[in-house]
Design a protein around this ligand. Structure first.
Ligand SMILES: N[C@@H](CCC(=O)N[C@@H](CS)C(=O)NCC(=O)O)C(=O)O
Length: 350
């Protein structure tokens, strides 16, 4: 039996594929293989608040099974506020909710999906596509700050996108806690820890800092994890110009909780190799968000120090690559991944 070691950068939390029956009803018989067969190859390749009482729990060395501690100190390092332009964008999300794209579990027109997501990638130019820190520097930074960042966000939010782009560029692996509209599990944590329901919200267990405001988060991340670099040119300003375009093109996908999503997260976190501006990885992240499934986001932009890890897991360097440590399912085919997710993590099948 094959085992997969989630040894991201440090050591391991090895999970042996060994779970049997997962309903696969509406999938073609050949399309899902459990638990140990990698389906890569079918892929689409083209593309908180007690001060000083922080309890960081997860590290790169472990794949956490529980929700993060809520007993953390709130410390917004910069209190810069949003201007009128960002306020305008904040209004866009609720507006888009009005025409968000129907039942995400239903059969989709994948040509349209791929086209709209590819256009969304074009709109974001090169942001969120490559690592801007050298891999040796990244290894050094990671060993100095071994605990994984925790990001509370939702896929369709343009401000969250800016932070995810920075994370790809800084080659950081994070725990993502999706907070789609209509959900409460992770939103409660943000409310308790940050004092308000606003996204993105970052918790850095390495420093005990948590913060709202995407611009502040990006600056903080570059300062702390970017080896002194400033945020990439245009990254901070770009949200206003094209940050909302993917949200529009994707018709609000990755914004709202799917009504039949399972009420409880799986015991082991899911794991996704992705980079922010990959058109197919975006579609998988949207599904994870709509299902409110926490996952480890292994950013593997161009030049990432995580390429070897990805290659070990999948035999290829292409993203997306998804692993469910609960069942042993793993795949590099975005269509298969989303079918799997909506079947496995719906109320009907849990
Ligand atoms: N200035 C903030 C704006 C953040 C913001 O407005 N986020 C929206 C989503 S696009 C939000 O949290 N809305 C509340 C909600 O979704 O419940 C930032 O840059 O982070």
């Amino acid at each position: 039996m094959m085992s997969y070691c989630s040894h991201h950068l440090l050591n391991s939390s090895c999970i042996t594929g060994g779970v049997s029956a997962i309903p696969t009803t509406s999938l073609p018989a050949s399309s899902v293989k459990f638990p140990q067969i990698s389906t890569r190859g079918f892929g689409n390749r083209d593309c908180v608040s007690r001060r000083h009482n922080f309890q960081g729990k997860s590290t790169d060395a472990d794949v956490e099974t529980s929700e993060p501690s809520t007993s953390i100190s709130v410390n917004n390092v910069n209190a810069s506020s949003s201007g009128p332009s960002t306020s305008f964008l904040s209004l866009l999300c609720p507006l888009l909710k009005l025409f968000s794209g129907g039942d995400p579990s239903q059969q989709r027109n994948f040509t349209l999906e791929a086209a709209t997501s590819s256009l969304a990638s074009l709109a974001r130019f090169a942001w969120g596509s490559k690592s801007v820190v050298g891999s040796s520097m990244n290894k050094e930074i990671t060993s100095n700050f071994p605990m994984r960042l925790q990001l509370y966000e939702f896929e369709a939010c343009p401000f969250c996108r800016r932070v995810r782009e920075a994370l790809t560029e800084l080659d950081l692996s994070v725990e993502v806690y999706p907070c789609p509209k209509g959900s409460s599990r992770h939103r409660e944590v943000v409310k308790r820890s940050g004092g308000k329901e606003q996204f993105p919200f970052l918790i850095d267990p390495n420093s005990g800092i948590s913060m709202h405001e995407s611009g502040d988060i990006v600056k903080y991340l570059f300062e702390r994890y970017g080896g002194g670099r400033s945020p990439s040119t245009g990254l901070l300003e770009s949200t206003l110009f094209t940050g909302w375009v993917p949200t529009l093109l994707r018709a609000g996908r990755g914004m709202t909780l799917w009504e039949r999503s399972s009420p409880d997260p799986p015991p082991e976190k899911l794991e996704l190799f992705s980079y922010e501006n990959n058109a197919f990885a975006r579609i998988v992240r949207e599904a994870l968000c709509e299902l409110e499934l926490p996952y480890i986001l292994q950013n593997v932009g161009d030049g990432s120090c995580r390429n070897d890890l990805l290659f070990k897991a999948s035999g290829s360097k292409e993203v997306p690559y998804f692993i469910d440590h609960n069942t042993g399912f793993q795949s590099g085919d975005y269509k298969m991944i989303i079918s799997y997710l909506f079947q496995t993590y719906s109320v009907a099948t849990m």
